[in-house]
Design a protein around this ligand. Sequence first.
Ligand code: BGC
Length: 451
Amino acid sequence: MVSPSPTAREEFVSSLENLFTISPDDIKAIVQDFHGEMRRGLSGHQSSLKMIPSFVDRPRGDEKGTFIALDLGGTNFRVLAVVLDGKGNESVPAVSTYAIPEKEMKGTGTELFDFIARCIDSFLTENAIDRKNVYNLAFTFSFPVAQTGIAAGTLIVWTKGFTATGVEGEDVVALLNDALRRRNICCINVTALANDTVGTLAARSYGDPTCDMGVILGTGTNGCYREKISNIPKLKGHDPDEYMIVNMEWGNFDKLRRTRYDKQVDESSLNPGAMFLEKMVSGMYLGELARLIIMDLIERGLLFLNESTAAGNFGEKDSLKTQYMSLIAGDATADLGETATFLNNKGITNTALRDRILLKRFCQIVSARSARLGAAAISAVVTWMDPGLNERHTVAVDGSLFEKYPGFEDEMKKVFKELFGGSAGRITLAHSKDGSGKGAAIIAAAAASKK
Ligand code: BGC
């Protein structure tokens, strides 16, 4: 049995740790750079932050009615019925989840929107919804959309592995309406289009007036916040004293120190050269980042040396899903037995405990950087709204990474303490589960009440 030299391993691990560490000073620099990019984006100048006006402010809390909501943006597509009671409470009497087949994600836009219409059709049938009535529908579409009104907007560019043709540059509400017409569904009136971050903010602030930010830390990542219209010079024709939610599209933030692994992830992605922050933070990419590190170690002869099978099937792109990093990170058994079982299933058998410990450490290094960058982005937005942190800010957060990754939220809170000391308690991270669909319904209700 060959053993890698402990010194070579330790040296390599600590060089990786240095590479991935985001110090408090790094975070301060990121916050500054965020502010610069936010300013440029709000003015309509070249910026990695698109700063997209959403055409809605946070709800008042008295919005009422029954709505159908669609949620498209991750691996699943969801259709929901949402009931708002007009007192800040919502309920979801029906919800159906449909896995989006690869061929719809990566085929033509017509195929994708026909799939959506098909799902709506079965939702109506399964829930015996009377097609003689007309239902207002809110569409959560979690991609960068240049919004032109509450219920209109063109897709700027796909993210998160979607590539369906003929959608970029088109109004996605028009595409949805066309697909509904093709399927003879006449009982639906699309009244709102919203990003998932905006929906998440709306859902939380329906019953909580301290909420002024919405964040997604899941397959993708993004944030939105409430901005005074006088601070959005590129938006013309609106009352400067009013407020509007701005979808930042922060996944595209690019003032970052990227490692060779980040560059590899980017180069082999479907959207190279874009979404640098998302590729360092979100669930779609973390597993692949960790896998590249593991492969590097295997190739340097520093990991799994007892193995005849060496890399198992780790050599395949995307073969380490972020959810398994979660499992490894949360493995509290003394011998890291759950990790051993996972590796066994990957074809890497009889691993040494020290190798499993190392694996766990890498998952932590990669996920801690992700959490710290997510917290840096939130800190940038909160200090933009309130430089002295004089008020309370509730940040509505959703997404599997935030919800399920062991220690993720704690690492984020650590950053707030490092930056703001005793005032860190003024920032509350509130998990707003499945907020985006409910929030879009609230936005639709607000739009209906304005009419
Ligand atoms: C999209 C955003 C979205 C985020 C979280 C990103 O890839 O560009 O619009 O909010 O994912 O779902």
